[in-house]
Design a protein around this ligand. Structure first.
Ligand code: 13P
Ligand code: ZN
Length: 279
Protein backbone atom coordinates (compact mmCIF):
# COMPACT_ATOMS: atom_id res chain seq x y z
CA UNK A 1 0.00 0.00 0.00
CA UNK A 2 2.77 2.44 0.96
CA UNK A 3 4.67 1.70 -2.25
CA UNK A 4 1.61 2.27 -4.45
CA UNK A 5 0.91 5.56 -2.66
CA UNK A 6 4.52 6.73 -3.09
CA UNK A 7 4.56 5.73 -6.77
CA UNK A 8 1.40 7.68 -7.48
CA UNK A 9 2.76 10.84 -5.85
CA UNK A 10 6.08 10.92 -7.68
CA UNK A 11 5.46 12.68 -11.01
CA UNK A 12 8.64 11.32 -12.59
CA UNK A 13 7.03 7.87 -12.69
CA UNK A 14 4.85 9.23 -15.49
CA UNK A 15 7.88 10.40 -17.51
CA UNK A 16 8.01 8.56 -20.86
CA UNK A 17 11.52 7.21 -20.21
CA UNK A 18 10.55 5.79 -16.78
CA UNK A 19 7.43 4.22 -18.28
CA UNK A 20 9.53 2.70 -21.08
CA UNK A 21 11.93 1.18 -18.53
CA UNK A 22 9.01 -0.20 -16.50
CA UNK A 23 7.38 -1.69 -19.59
CA UNK A 24 10.60 -3.16 -21.02
CA UNK A 25 11.70 -4.81 -17.77
CA UNK A 26 8.21 -6.27 -17.28
CA UNK A 27 8.20 -7.67 -20.81
CA UNK A 28 11.69 -9.10 -20.38
CA UNK A 29 10.63 -10.81 -17.16
CA UNK A 30 7.42 -12.14 -18.74
CA UNK A 31 9.47 -13.56 -21.61
CA UNK A 32 11.28 -15.63 -19.01
CA UNK A 33 14.56 -13.93 -19.80
CA UNK A 34 15.13 -12.25 -16.43
CA UNK A 35 14.79 -14.62 -13.54
CA UNK A 36 15.43 -13.21 -10.06
CA UNK A 37 17.71 -10.15 -10.56
CA UNK A 38 18.95 -11.32 -13.97
CA UNK A 39 19.41 -8.64 -16.63
CA UNK A 40 20.07 -4.90 -16.61
CA UNK A 41 19.20 -1.93 -18.80
CA UNK A 42 20.76 1.52 -19.23
CA UNK A 43 19.19 4.30 -21.29
CA UNK A 44 20.98 7.53 -22.23
CA UNK A 45 18.71 10.51 -21.53
CA UNK A 46 18.80 14.04 -22.89
CA UNK A 47 19.00 16.89 -20.39
CA UNK A 48 15.75 18.35 -21.75
CA UNK A 49 13.99 15.04 -21.05
CA UNK A 50 14.85 15.06 -17.35
CA UNK A 51 14.56 18.84 -16.85
CA UNK A 52 10.77 18.92 -16.28
CA UNK A 53 11.14 16.39 -13.44
CA UNK A 54 14.54 16.88 -11.79
CA UNK A 55 16.91 19.61 -10.70
CA UNK A 56 20.33 18.42 -11.89
CA UNK A 57 21.98 20.19 -8.94
CA UNK A 58 19.98 18.20 -6.37
CA UNK A 59 22.38 15.30 -5.94
CA UNK A 60 21.16 12.54 -3.60
CA UNK A 61 24.55 10.84 -3.36
CA UNK A 62 27.68 10.26 -5.40
CA UNK A 63 28.74 6.74 -6.35
CA UNK A 64 32.38 6.10 -7.25
CA UNK A 65 33.22 4.08 -10.37
CA UNK A 66 36.31 1.88 -10.49
CA UNK A 67 36.59 2.45 -14.25
CA UNK A 68 36.84 5.99 -15.65
CA UNK A 69 34.29 7.01 -18.31
CA UNK A 70 35.29 10.60 -19.05
CA UNK A 71 33.80 10.18 -22.56
CA UNK A 72 30.38 10.13 -20.86
CA UNK A 73 30.99 13.19 -18.63
CA UNK A 74 27.77 15.10 -17.83
CA UNK A 75 25.60 12.49 -19.58
CA UNK A 76 22.38 11.29 -17.93
CA UNK A 77 21.26 7.67 -17.73
CA UNK A 78 18.37 5.77 -16.26
CA UNK A 79 19.63 2.36 -15.14
CA UNK A 80 18.37 -0.72 -13.33
CA UNK A 81 19.71 -1.35 -9.84
CA UNK A 82 21.99 -4.18 -8.81
CA UNK A 83 20.13 -7.12 -7.32
CA UNK A 84 16.75 -5.72 -8.34
CA UNK A 85 14.15 -8.12 -9.70
CA UNK A 86 12.70 -7.10 -13.09
CA UNK A 87 9.42 -8.58 -11.83
CA UNK A 88 9.31 -5.79 -9.23
CA UNK A 89 10.24 -2.74 -11.31
CA UNK A 90 6.63 -1.97 -12.18
CA UNK A 91 5.64 -2.09 -8.47
CA UNK A 92 8.62 -0.15 -7.09
CA UNK A 93 10.34 1.89 -9.79
CA UNK A 94 11.92 4.21 -7.17
CA UNK A 95 13.68 1.24 -5.59
CA UNK A 96 14.63 -0.63 -8.75
CA UNK A 97 15.64 2.19 -11.11
CA UNK A 98 17.97 5.15 -10.78
CA UNK A 99 18.79 8.30 -12.74
CA UNK A 100 22.49 9.10 -12.81
CA UNK A 101 24.69 11.85 -14.17
CA UNK A 102 28.32 11.02 -14.91
CA UNK A 103 30.60 13.53 -13.17
CA UNK A 104 32.89 15.91 -15.05
CA UNK A 105 35.99 13.76 -14.42
CA UNK A 106 34.18 10.51 -15.34
CA UNK A 107 35.25 8.86 -12.07
CA UNK A 108 31.82 8.69 -10.43
CA UNK A 109 28.10 9.14 -10.98
CA UNK A 110 25.73 11.50 -9.17
CA UNK A 111 22.41 9.91 -8.24
CA UNK A 112 19.53 12.27 -9.01
CA UNK A 113 16.57 9.96 -8.46
CA UNK A 114 15.68 6.40 -7.41
CA UNK A 115 17.83 3.52 -6.11
CA UNK A 116 16.22 4.10 -2.74
CA UNK A 117 17.63 2.52 0.42
CA UNK A 118 21.25 2.92 -0.66
CA UNK A 119 20.86 0.61 -3.67
CA UNK A 120 23.61 0.52 -6.28
CA UNK A 121 23.46 0.69 -10.08
CA UNK A 122 23.73 -2.64 -11.89
CA UNK A 123 26.94 -4.58 -11.34
CA UNK A 124 27.28 -4.66 -15.14
CA UNK A 125 27.75 -0.88 -15.30
CA UNK A 126 31.31 -1.28 -16.73
CA UNK A 127 29.96 -3.26 -19.71
CA UNK A 128 27.05 -0.83 -20.14
CA UNK A 129 29.09 2.39 -19.98
CA UNK A 130 31.95 1.08 -22.11
CA UNK A 131 29.44 -0.24 -24.67
CA UNK A 132 27.67 3.14 -24.76
CA UNK A 133 31.03 4.80 -25.51
CA UNK A 134 31.69 2.27 -28.25
CA UNK A 135 28.24 2.50 -29.90
CA UNK A 136 28.15 6.34 -29.74
CA UNK A 137 31.31 6.39 -31.86
CA UNK A 138 29.43 4.35 -34.50
CA UNK A 139 25.99 5.89 -34.18
CA UNK A 140 25.25 9.35 -32.72
CA UNK A 141 21.61 8.29 -32.22
CA UNK A 142 22.57 5.31 -30.04
CA UNK A 143 20.85 5.34 -26.59
CA UNK A 144 20.19 1.94 -25.05
CA UNK A 145 22.22 -1.02 -23.78
CA UNK A 146 20.21 -4.03 -22.67
CA UNK A 147 21.58 -7.19 -21.04
CA UNK A 148 19.30 -10.16 -20.53
CA UNK A 149 19.36 -13.92 -19.94
CA UNK A 150 17.61 -15.01 -23.15
CA UNK A 151 16.80 -18.68 -22.56
CA UNK A 152 17.33 -20.08 -26.05
CA UNK A 153 20.44 -18.05 -26.86
CA UNK A 154 21.94 -19.43 -23.63
CA UNK A 155 20.83 -22.97 -24.55
CA UNK A 156 22.36 -22.62 -28.00
CA UNK A 157 25.74 -21.67 -26.49
CA UNK A 158 25.87 -25.21 -25.05
CA UNK A 159 25.00 -27.08 -28.24
CA UNK A 160 26.35 -24.91 -31.07
CA UNK A 161 29.96 -24.22 -31.99
CA UNK A 162 31.06 -20.98 -30.25
CA UNK A 163 32.27 -19.26 -33.36
CA UNK A 164 30.76 -15.90 -34.27
CA UNK A 165 30.66 -16.62 -38.01
CA UNK A 166 28.97 -20.02 -37.82
CA UNK A 167 26.71 -18.95 -34.92
CA UNK A 168 25.57 -15.91 -36.90
CA UNK A 169 24.90 -17.92 -40.05
CA UNK A 170 22.85 -20.42 -38.08
CA UNK A 171 20.76 -17.61 -36.56
CA UNK A 172 20.32 -15.90 -39.95
CA UNK A 173 19.04 -19.19 -41.39
CA UNK A 174 16.50 -19.85 -38.64
CA UNK A 175 14.16 -16.97 -39.51
CA UNK A 176 14.00 -15.11 -42.82
CA UNK A 177 13.99 -11.68 -41.13
CA UNK A 178 17.21 -12.16 -39.16
CA UNK A 179 19.74 -11.04 -41.77
CA UNK A 180 17.68 -7.89 -42.34
CA UNK A 181 17.49 -7.08 -38.59
CA UNK A 182 21.15 -7.79 -37.75
CA UNK A 183 23.15 -7.86 -41.00
CA UNK A 184 26.39 -7.29 -39.08
CA UNK A 185 25.79 -10.59 -37.23
CA UNK A 186 26.53 -11.35 -33.61
CA UNK A 187 29.80 -11.35 -31.67
CA UNK A 188 30.64 -14.00 -29.07
CA UNK A 189 33.00 -13.54 -26.14
CA UNK A 190 34.77 -16.40 -24.42
CA UNK A 191 33.16 -17.34 -21.09
CA UNK A 192 34.22 -14.74 -18.54
CA UNK A 193 33.39 -13.64 -15.00
CA UNK A 194 30.56 -11.07 -15.27
CA UNK A 195 30.54 -7.64 -13.65
CA UNK A 196 34.25 -7.04 -14.28
CA UNK A 197 36.02 -4.24 -16.13
CA UNK A 198 37.59 -6.91 -18.37
CA UNK A 199 34.26 -8.25 -19.67
CA UNK A 200 33.26 -4.59 -20.09
CA UNK A 201 36.22 -3.72 -22.30
CA UNK A 202 35.80 -6.91 -24.36
CA UNK A 203 32.06 -6.39 -24.82
CA UNK A 204 32.64 -2.78 -25.82
CA UNK A 205 35.36 -3.78 -28.30
CA UNK A 206 32.88 -6.10 -30.06
CA UNK A 207 30.19 -3.39 -29.90
CA UNK A 208 32.32 -1.36 -32.33
CA UNK A 209 31.13 -3.68 -35.10
CA UNK A 210 28.05 -5.44 -33.69
CA UNK A 211 24.93 -4.47 -31.76
CA UNK A 212 24.58 -7.98 -30.32
CA UNK A 213 27.25 -9.58 -28.13
CA UNK A 214 26.69 -13.06 -26.71
CA UNK A 215 28.10 -14.07 -23.35
CA UNK A 216 28.21 -17.89 -23.51
CA UNK A 217 26.19 -19.74 -20.86
CA UNK A 218 25.05 -16.37 -19.47
CA UNK A 219 23.06 -14.18 -21.89
CA UNK A 220 23.24 -11.42 -24.42
CA UNK A 221 24.01 -7.69 -24.71
CA UNK A 222 22.05 -5.64 -27.25
CA UNK A 223 22.37 -1.99 -28.30
CA UNK A 224 19.81 0.29 -29.87
CA UNK A 225 18.66 3.80 -30.66
CA UNK A 226 15.62 3.26 -28.44
CA UNK A 227 14.27 0.75 -25.95
CA UNK A 228 12.15 -0.76 -28.74
CA UNK A 229 15.14 -0.98 -31.05
CA UNK A 230 17.35 -2.83 -28.53
CA UNK A 231 14.47 -5.05 -27.38
CA UNK A 232 13.46 -5.87 -30.96
CA UNK A 233 17.00 -6.82 -31.86
CA UNK A 234 17.34 -9.15 -28.88
CA UNK A 235 13.94 -10.76 -29.37
CA UNK A 236 14.73 -11.44 -33.04
CA UNK A 237 17.98 -13.25 -32.12
CA UNK A 238 16.23 -15.07 -29.28
CA UNK A 239 13.41 -16.19 -31.63
CA UNK A 240 15.98 -17.58 -34.08
CA UNK A 241 17.73 -19.40 -31.23
CA UNK A 242 14.37 -20.82 -30.11
CA UNK A 243 13.69 -22.15 -33.61
CA UNK A 244 17.18 -23.66 -33.67
CA UNK A 245 16.62 -25.43 -30.35
CA UNK A 246 13.19 -26.68 -31.49
CA UNK A 247 14.51 -28.00 -34.80
CA UNK A 248 17.45 -29.68 -33.12
CA UNK A 249 15.33 -31.38 -30.49
CA UNK A 250 13.01 -32.80 -33.14
CA UNK A 251 13.73 -36.39 -34.06
CA UNK A 252 13.63 -35.74 -37.79
CA UNK A 253 16.23 -32.96 -37.42
CA UNK A 254 16.68 -30.36 -40.13
CA UNK A 255 15.29 -31.52 -43.48
CA UNK A 256 15.89 -28.27 -45.37
CA UNK A 257 17.23 -24.78 -44.71
CA UNK A 258 17.69 -21.30 -46.14
CA UNK A 259 20.78 -21.47 -48.38
CA UNK A 260 23.70 -19.03 -48.44
CA UNK A 261 22.50 -17.80 -51.85
CA UNK A 262 19.04 -17.15 -50.42
CA UNK A 263 20.61 -15.11 -47.59
CA UNK A 264 22.41 -13.01 -50.21
CA UNK A 265 19.16 -12.61 -52.19
CA UNK A 266 17.41 -11.46 -49.00
CA UNK A 267 20.12 -8.92 -48.20
CA UNK A 268 19.94 -7.55 -51.74
CA UNK A 269 16.14 -7.36 -51.68
CA UNK A 270 16.13 -5.46 -48.36
CA UNK A 271 19.14 -3.27 -49.16
CA UNK A 272 21.34 -4.43 -46.26
CA UNK A 273 25.02 -5.37 -46.42
CA UNK A 274 25.71 -8.56 -44.49
CA UNK A 275 28.99 -8.74 -42.59
CA UNK A 276 31.51 -9.70 -45.32
CA UNK A 277 33.60 -11.73 -42.88
CA UNK A 278 30.52 -13.90 -42.12
CA UNK A 279 29.19 -14.55 -45.66
P1 13P B 1 22.65 -6.91 -11.51
O1 13P B 1 21.49 -7.33 -10.61
O2 13P B 1 23.80 -6.37 -10.72
O3 13P B 1 22.17 -5.98 -12.59
O4 13P B 1 23.20 -8.23 -12.20
C1 13P B 1 22.36 -9.05 -12.94
C2 13P B 1 23.06 -9.76 -14.05
O5 13P B 1 22.43 -10.17 -15.00
C3 13P B 1 24.54 -9.94 -13.97
O6 13P B 1 25.05 -10.33 -15.20
ZN1 ZN C 1 23.55 -11.35 -16.48
Amino acid sequence: MTVIQKTKEDPIIKAPFVQEMMEATTNMWRNGWDERNGGNVSYLLKEEEIQPYLDKNQILRTIALDFPVVELANQYFIVTGSGKYFKNVIKSPNDCLGILCVTEDGNSVDLLWGLEGDAKPTSELPSHFMSHISRLKQDPNHRVIMHTHTTNVIAMTFTHELNAKSFTKTLWKMCTECIVVFPEGVAILPWMVPGTDLIGTQTAAEMAEHRLVIWPHHGIFGAGESIDDAFGLIETAEKAAQVYMLVNSHQSGMQQAITDQELIDLANAFGVIPNPSYI
